[in-house]
Design a protein around this ligand. Structure first.
Ligand SMILES: [Zn+2]
Length: 145
């Protein structure tokens, strides 16, 4: 095809669906560039409302073919499909940590009489120094036993 020969409708359609590269001609020919952009607008409007006419079906088939080509050229990475599930799992894990914080050490010593007795002795000594600060801790132990 010479530089002075304008693109045919078929050639424009092929270019529209990326089957043929008419970029050099479209860059230098305002007439074909305008026709090409018109075809592109037409394709976009057809994509929005596809009718039963043969012209539409041929456009539709060409669009389908283009989609297949795109899929072949850019296959979706498998792991991307897991991303939403992983994100949700992370959110659930974080939520569990937030709403179920680690239990205080006191319950782990539950039933250990010697430790409890030891704390009571320590509490008795602390009480004279810092009664307000030690009282809540003592209450925690009393509740455990
Ligand atoms: Zn032209």
């Amino acid at each position: 095809m010479s530089a002075h020969e304008h693109l045919s409708d078929d050639a424009l359609l092929d270019g529209l669906y990326g089957l043929t590269d008419h970029e050099p001609h479209l860059r230098e020919c305002a007439i074909c560039a305008e026709r090409f952009s018109e075809w592109r607008r037409k394709r976009e409007s057809l994509a929005g409302a596809a009718g039963p006419s043969t012209e539409v079906s041929s456009e539709f088939l060409a669009a389908q073919r283009r989609k297949i080509y795109e899929r072949l050229e850019r296959p979706q990475p498998r792991r991307l499909r897991w991303a939403p599930a992983l994100a949700m799992a992370c959110l659930v894990a974080v939520g569990a940590l937030v709403y179920h914080p680690a239990t205080p050490p006191a319950p782990q010593q539950r039933g250990d009489v010697s430790d409890s007795q030891l704390f009571s002795d320590a509490y008795s000594m602390d009480q004279s120094l810092e009664p307000s600060a030690a009282a809540p801790i003592h209450a925690l132990f009393e509740g455990g036993n």
